[in-house]
Design a protein around this ligand. Structure first.
Ligand SMILES: Cc1ncc(COP(=O)(O)O)c(C=O)c1O
Length: 469
């Protein structure tokens, strides 16, 4: 990477401003911490609060950048190999919303894999789009989604306005994304990639390639997940040759992002980009070595197996051989050993390693896993959910008049909310879809089994929200 990557223009400008200002007669009202709760100030430190600023002199404007933010975004584009990069203060959620709003107009059809994150469904609601869902392949043993089904993707493309891909999955599993992008481009559609879990990919050759280098048209990455920036800060990239109009993307970013973007978040993106550009290769070298060591040691524990993820820094641990569910194992690890994993499912635990990990964190995980007790077995994996019948757009169903009805009495109605039970971790129903007998039976089973249900207003799903017809 070039010399210019040693700079962090926004972070530097904030420090200069904090050192120079004598009378900050503007918001934020805590005035560099002086007006903040003393315990909070002491905890966070005055220096952190001194750079929690707004569009003060020399600090540029995220929504019309011409100075240090423009420069910081240019450096990010260079580091990630993109044509244009934009800072996000509303997470990857905001970036996906903006890209989808930019690529489509109301009423159009968009191709979306069923395992897409709920932020994509949110974009469909905002944009008034009709989803054409793509079937998802599952690992038959662990029951986790491994990617979009190619034949289903191909069949969904004709007549659509854009397609979304998820790369990698939450579990670090990638599909043949280069071939998928090519397939979608052959139909003339732009490809929007949710790379929330791949912000580190560009910085090490043993990690999967980033969609930025594979010809996608828009890519969003949660730098806060694996890239070292603060929670909520993400990046939206337009790769070279993107079919999206940057002016329209910026317009949509202005629509979905706050007018008071946090300079702490933006400076953390600037600093994280610098660190990745300068030290990413060596830092991820160490992380991959540590993950390899962790994998070997966990595999050596009787009853445990580590799934061969494409991103080796994701440890997807199959706990079935230990006669314990992943949910129970995660609870035990936390309560008995202070080990907090990223996620758990019926059959697995997911541990995420980054350059912030050390041999000690791995040793603590391994020592706890060695003591993991069995808990009388693991319930069988659920069958694949029934295929949805879309009868109106998510926007019409979600934003229209709705009512809660007992789940048992909802057969034949149109859902006005999403329900995604874990497992299988994908929506069984989304707003605008018919609640068929099969769907209601599936949801009743999931609710009775006590699975975590993402989406419904009633967390126990005694009732479900449906469209008033
Ligand atoms: C696959 C995927 N996409 C998008 C998001 C949304 O990202 P953010 O939390 O940065 O808004 C997440 C968050 O967990 C995710 O897992």
């Amino acid at each position: 990477m070039g010399e210019e990557q040693r700079r962090a223009p926004l972070f530097e400008a904030l420090q200069t401003y904090a050192g120079r200002v004598r009378a900050p007669l503007h918001v934020p009202g805590h005035k560099m911490g002086r007006g903040a709760d003393p315990e909070w100030r002491a905890f966070l430190g005055e220096r952190a609060l001194s750079i929690d600023q707004t569009e003060a002199p020399g600090l540029d404007d995220l929504h019309a950048p011409e100075g240090v933010i423009a420069e910081a975004q240019r450096l990010a584009a260079a580091a990630f190999g993109a044509w244009r990069s934009y800072f996000l203060v509303g997470g990857t959620t905001a970036g996906l919303h903006a890209l989808i709003l930019a690529a489509c107009t109301p009423g159009e059809t968009i191709v979306v894999p069923r395992h897409a994150h709920r932020s994509v469904l949110g974009a469909l609601i905002l944009a008034g789009l009709r989803p054409r869902w793509v079937r998802v392949a599952f690992d038959p043993e662990l029951g986790v989604a491994t990617g979009a089904d190619r034949a289903s993707l191909k069949a969904a493309l004709p007549g659509a306005a854009a397609a979304v891909l998820v790369h990698p999955t939450y579990y670090g599993i990638t599909s043949a994304i280069a071939a998928e992008i090519e397939l979608i481009h052959r139909s003339g559609l732009p490809v929007l990639v949710d790379e929330a879990h791949g912000a580190h990919f560009a910085f090490h050759p043993s990690l999967p390639p980033s969609a930025v280098s594979l010809g996608a048209d828009g890519v969003v990455q949660s730098l806060h997940k694996t890239g070292g920036s603060l929670t909520q800060s993400s990046l939206c990239h337009l790769p070279r040759g993107s079919r999206l109009d940057p002016l329209r993307v910026q317009e949509m970013l202005r629509l979905v992002q706050t007018t008071s973007p946090s300079y702490l978040l933006m400076a953390s993106l600037d600093a994280a980009r610098r660190m990745l550009a300068l030290e990413g290769r060596s830092a991820w070298d160490r992380t991959l070595a540590l993950a390899g060591e962790a994998r070997r040691r966990v595999e050596a524990i009787p009853g445990l197996r580590v799934y061969p993820t494409d991103d080796a820094t994701k440890l997807l641990i199959d706990v079935r051989g230990r006669s314990v569910s992943g949910f129970r194992a995660a609870e035990w690890l936390w309560e008995e050993a202070g080990v907090a994993v990223e996620a758990a499912g019926l059959t697995y635990l997911l541990a995420v390693l980054t350059p912030g990990d050390t041999p000690e964190t791995v040793a603590t995980l391994v020592a706890a896993l060695e003591r993991l007790p069995s808990d009388g077995g693991v319930p069988a994996l659920p069958p694949e959910p029934p295929w949805p019948e879309v009868v109106m757009t998510p926007r019409e169903a979600y934003l229209g008049r709705k009512q809660a009805v007992p789940l048992a009495e909802s057969v034949g109605r149109i859902a006005a909310e999403m329900v995604a039970p874990y497992p299988p971790g994908i929506p069984v129903v989304a707003p605008g879809e018919r609640l068929t007998r099969d769907v209601v039976d599936y949801l009743s089973f999931a609710a009775r089994a006590g699975w975590h249900l993402q989406g419904p207003a009633d967390p126990l799903l005694r009732t479900i929200q449906v469209v008033v017809e």
